[in-house]
Design a protein around this ligand. Structure first.
Ligand code: ADP
Ligand code: ADP
Length: 228
């Protein structure tokens, strides 16, 4: 689902964010991406969603090499990726329903289909009945669930989360991770960037660790056997 081969990213100005990063996340896998602040986690996620582009190496998503993806094809790629942020990025002047419906509205779904899917997504994150609320009326944990519902409403095969539990206490953080687990059990590939080592230790998932832009551990070895 995600394959990096010797990927490097240097920002304009010369800041090295990623150096020679190789790993393969299989379809259906769930993994953590960890490392200190500044290690390159956000940059790695931005290469997957083509918010940034690599300077060297190969990035393949869902079998497609995206190194030279054309700008007009980027929206199609992003449609396959549900993105969850620490700060939710919710529209505060729109209802919960409208926030979650947004990706479907953009894709041009019919209203009855939008309603069905939004309510199903709300049900999955445990917020059924709150569709008329505004984000400001919800707790931090509930707002994060709205962000998650919006990310999964069009059933993307890949979920990326950037510090999804950053503002939540340990109990709520665990609840959010359990939620990711249920999507993963249903076949979604999940990659969660977090520096919360306590949380990672409580879950038995593969962990990719970045240190100053390099991947630590055995993943470089695994990636030398690439075939795709
Ligand atoms: P993390 O998400 O692990 O905190 P980032 O990917 O945000 O790490 O940052 C990796 C490195 O790249 C840091 O040194 C950061 O300052 C730098 N960086 C991130 N974004 C930019 C940018 N847009 N321009 C220049 N440098 C950046
Ligand atoms: P985080 O650590 O949660 O990724 P940051 O505060 O490091 O958040 O970064 C916020 C935004 O600023 C990100 O989009 C990141 O790419 C960008 N950024 C980070 N470091 C730099 C930098 N040195 N120069 C320019 N932009 C940066």
């Amino acid at each position: 689902m995600i394959r990096f081969e010797q990927v490097s990213k240097v920002y304009p100005g010369g800041q090295k964010a990623l150096t020679d990063v190789s790993f393969h996340l299989k379809r259906g896998e769930m993994a953590f991406l960890t490392g200190h602040s500044g290690a390159g986690k956000s940059t790695l996620l931005k290469l997957i969603t083509v918010i940034e582009r690599a300077n060297a190496g190969r990035v393949a998503i869902n079998g497609h090499d995206i190194a030279n993806i054309r700008p007009k094809d980027v929206p199609f790629l992003r449609r396959d990726i549900g993105m969850i942020f620490q700060n939710h990025h919710l529209l505060m002047d729109r209802s919960v329903f409208d926030n979650i419906a947004l990706p479907l509205v953009i894709e041009g779904f019919a209203l009855h289909e939008i309603k069905k899917r939004v309510l199903a997504a709300l049900d999955m994150v445990g917020l059924y009945g709150k569709e008329r609320h505004y984000p400001i009326m919800l707790s931090g944990g509930e707002q994060q669930r709205v962000g998650i519902a919006r990310a999964i409403v069009n059933k993307p095969p890949l979920l990326l989360a950037d510090e999804p539990t950053g503002n939540l206490d340990p109990k709520l953080s665990m609840d959010i991770l359990r939620l990711f687990e249920t999507f993963n059990d249903a076949g979604t590939t999940v990659l969660i960037a977090t520096h919360d080592l306590g949380l990672i230790a409580r879950m038995r998932y593969r962990t990719l660790t970045l240190k100053q832009g390099r991947i630590l551990g055995g993943d470089e070895l695994a990636s030398t056997h690439t075939t795709a």
